[in-house]
Design a protein around this ligand. Structure first.
Ligand SMILES: NC(=O)c1ccc[n+]([C@@H]2O[C@H](COP(=O)([O-])OP(=O)(O)OC[C@H]3O[C@@H](n4cnc5c(N)ncnc54)[C@H](OP(=O)(O)O)[C@@H]3O)[C@@H](O)[C@H]2O)c1
Length: 295
């Protein structure tokens, strides 16, 4: 049965129960309620933890009931106000139920972080069309559907929306076609929504994340749609998930339009804006010399 109580992973339609009163906590997000999609693992989990540490009540989300329940127990045992809802965010009805869980359980919704995403490790020419669609859908509709479902509740609170994008939205990246296209799409979407919905007072922002440490069991899709480990990234280039979560919280608190994480991310913005041919030359050269970096 779906829980509308903090602490139990939810799997069916939300039920109407009394909202859990939020005890005024410490922290800059005290009294706020957040949904973080794809928060059973990785950066989403650490963003949820950081929001909790700053006083927010958080609805966790993911597709895997066991992993979601594990993360829920971990945060709950730390004394945080959390609940969870198992939902594939490319399913609009499931997103409506996710938002309903937040409102029924905690009484409101202030913050949406669309973090859920599938990545890839496959060249376009080799990719099955349905794999391209799966990656693109998870990044585009996995952002659009939770937001569409949450928008009325967010307008009521003049809330905040953060799309988690990537530095690979700022340029093309060999072996990342659908992922880069999806991350670029949500970046553009944030701009349009900021303009269209300016009168609502809702914040729309994008965080372009750079190389970050991954959970050991993180998988991305290969050309045939099989889950494979992510390509090797030198550890010295990676930020920790907790560092990235802290930057995401700063972005939400300041209601920033765009945050680009890491010096590499900022360098990519500069080079591709002012010296695009140099940018392409660097990528092509590294593609030839550092194939393992992309494959
Ligand atoms: N790690 C990096 O270096 C890096 C760099 C740039 C940007 N980012 C971005 O940061 C975000 C988090 O990445 P991460 O490294 O923490 O990856 P991760 O550990 O794989 O986390 C992504 C989570 O999203 C979930 N998810 C995927 N599709 C979903 C769907 N349709 N519905 C619900 N949940 C879904 C995944 O669950 P499943 O296991 O069920 O797929 C997973 O729990 C992503 O948006 C990613 O693109 C990461």
């Amino acid at each position: 049965m779906l829980d509308a109580q903090p602490g139990i992973a939810a799997e069916q339609a939300p039920q109407r129960v009394a909202a859990v009163p939020l005890t005024p906590g410490q922290g800059v997000f005290a009294g706020k309620v957040a949904i973080v999609t794809g928060s059973e693992s990785g950066i989403g989990r650490e963003t949820a933890r950081a929001l909790c540490q700053q006083g927010a009540a958080v609805v966790l989300n993911g597709r895997c009931p066991e992993r979601l329940a594990h993360t829920l127990r971990e945060l709950e045992s730390a004394g945080f106000a959390v609940t969870s809802y198992v939902a594939d965010v490319t399913d609009y009805a499931a997103c409506e139920a996710l938002v309903e869980t937040a409102v029924l359980t905690f009484g409101r919704l202030d913050i949406l972080v669309t973090n859920a995403s599938i990545s890839q490790r496959a060249y376009f020419a080799d990719m099955q069309p349905e794999v391209f669609k799966q990656v693109l859908d998870s990044n585009v509709y996995g952002t659009v559907y939770p937001l569409k479902a949450a928008l009325p509740a967010l307008i009521r609170t003049k809330g905040s929306v953060t799309f988690i994008s990537s530095i690979s939205a700022l340029n093309g990246m060999p072996s990342g076609s659908a992922y880069c296209a999806g991350k670029a799409a949500v970046s553009n979407l944030a701009h349009t929504l900021r303009l269209e919905l300016a009168d609502t007072g809702v914040h729309f922002g994008v965080v372009h994340i750079g190389f970050t440490q991954n959970d050991p069991d993180k998988r991305v899709l290969d050309a045939a749609g099989q889950p494979v480990p992510i390509a090797h990234r030198p550890p010295r280039w990676q930020k920790s998930q907790a560092e990235v979560a802290a930057i995401i919280l700063g972005h939400i608190r300041r209601r920033r339009q765009r945050t680009v994480i890491s010096a590499l991310g900022l360098l990519i913005v500069l080079v591709h804006t002012y010296l695009p041919r140099l940018g392409d030359w660097i990528v092509l050269t590294t593609t030839r010399r550092l194939r393992h970096f992309y494959e």
